[in-house]
Design a protein around this ligand. Structure first.
Ligand code: TTP
Ligand code: MG
Length: 358
């Protein structure tokens, strides 16, 4: 008995923040623009449009370096509320096709449309319709990949960026992965890539020549999954909100928080919002495993600190925040507070036992 072939779509908006800036400011169109911090303030680029990319400008690059590569680059401040709203609108469109949606970031999501009846049940037609609807409603382009699993769908969405759709049907999988460079495999960074190149491994077909134990010997615990992925196999399920692993609230501040005491003040404002979300979780019978604090500094670097088996009290968040802040000692642009959840009540703290004690 064969298992049902999955139909997975990966959607990823093109130069998301920059596309929304172009949408709202027609005078930006046709010129290289980036969203990021000022070069003088040691800011970094969050993203840039494709015109800027032709100059070599990239995400996470210092703005000063970006301006050297592209002196005409216009760097604009982010408008997070606008990006969140666009993200929400995209998700509403996705939800018309399936409940199995796994958001990866504001502009990216996996959709499992195996059981969808719309568009004659065709994942390719669904992806095309989603792209058209997002363009019409949100005013930006989305690239999409369609295939039999998450790995291939994600590789496919990147294949013809921007504004592209790539479908890798089951019968083309073997041929597609054969020529796929190993750097396209998630987790294969520059260091592993160099090590592989030293072994004569450039594409997945080269990797296929080695069995899992050999790859484990060379690359440690990822060896088995490298072996599977080299054949285009990936069993990971699309994980929905319902099976979510954490509950959190976060805020990007219109003006960066200059020091620890202003972080503490903002935390007191965020706590009731977290409490509200936790109340909903309590009703679902969720169990807390850890409390965590996430800070993003003004250079876009971020740090997350978590503590196991603890109750989400403000005193816990204060001490986590203090430690997280000490890692950066820089103005804070975003703060997040949350809890990680276990699916099975184990050693985890059971929510119904307490509320947040401030
Ligand atoms: P991405 O989808 O990685 O990038 P992108 O949408 O700008 O470009 P692409 O066409 O290649 O998909 O990230 C989505 C948004 O997240 C991006 O517009 C800005 C933000 N972001 C950062 O703030 N910092 C980063 O380092 C990256 C990679 C993204
Ligand atoms: Mg994107």
């Amino acid at each position: 008995m064969g298992t049902l072939q999955r139909k997975i779509i990966h959607c990823d908006a093109d130069c998301f923040f920059a596309a929304l800036e172009e949408r709202d400011n027609p005078r930006y169109r046709g010129r290289p623009i980036a969203v990021g911090g000022h070069a003088e303030g040691r800011g970094v680029i969050a993203t840039c449009n494709y015109a800027a990319r032709t100059f070599g400008v990239r995400s996470a690059m210092p703005s000063a370096q970006a301006l050297k590569l592209c002196p005409d680059l216009l760097i604009v401040r982010h408008r997070m509320e606008v990006y969140r709203e666009a993200s929400e609108q995209m998700r509403e469109i996705f939800a018309d096709y399936t409940d199995l949606i796994e958001p990866l970031s504001l502009d990216e999501a996996f959709l499992d449309v195996t059981g969808a009846n719309v568009c004659l049940g065709s994942a390719s037609l669904i992806a095309q319709e989603i792209r058209a609807r997002v363009h019409k409603r949100v005013g930006i382009t989305v690239s999409a990949g369609v295939s039999v699993n998450k790995f291939l769908a994600k590789v496919a969405s990147d294949w013809r960026k921007p504004d592209g759709l790539t479908v890798i049907p089951p019968k083309r999988v073997a041929d597609f992965v054969r020529h796929l460079p190993v750097r396209k495999i998630p987790g294969v960074g520059p260091v592993m890539q160099r090590k592989m190149a030293g072994l004569g491994v450039e594409t997945c077909v080269d990797l296929q020549a080695y069995d899992a134990p050999t790859l484990q010997e060379w690359f440690g615990c990822v060896g088995e999954s490298l072996h599977q992925l080299s054949f285009g196999r990936d069993d990971r399920e699309v994980t929905t909100e319902r099976q979510r692993k954490s509950v959190s609230v976060e805020q990007t501040f219109s003006a960066d928080l200059p020091d620890l005491s202003s972080c503490m003040m903002q935390m007191a404002e965020l706590m009731p919002r977290l409490q509200h979300r936790l109340d909903a979780l309590t009703r679902e019978g969720g169990c807390i495993d850890k409390a965590f604090v996430k800070l993003k500094f003004n250079d876009f670097s971020s740090t997350t600190l978590e503590r196991k088996g603890t109750q989400p009290r403000i005193s816990v968040y204060r001490s986590l925040c203090e430690e997280a802040y000490s890692r950066g000692l820089k103005p804070v642009r975003l703060m997040g507070l949350g809890v990680r959840i276990r699916s099975q009540p184990n050693e985890a703290v059971q929510l119904p036992l307490f509320g947040i004690a401030c």
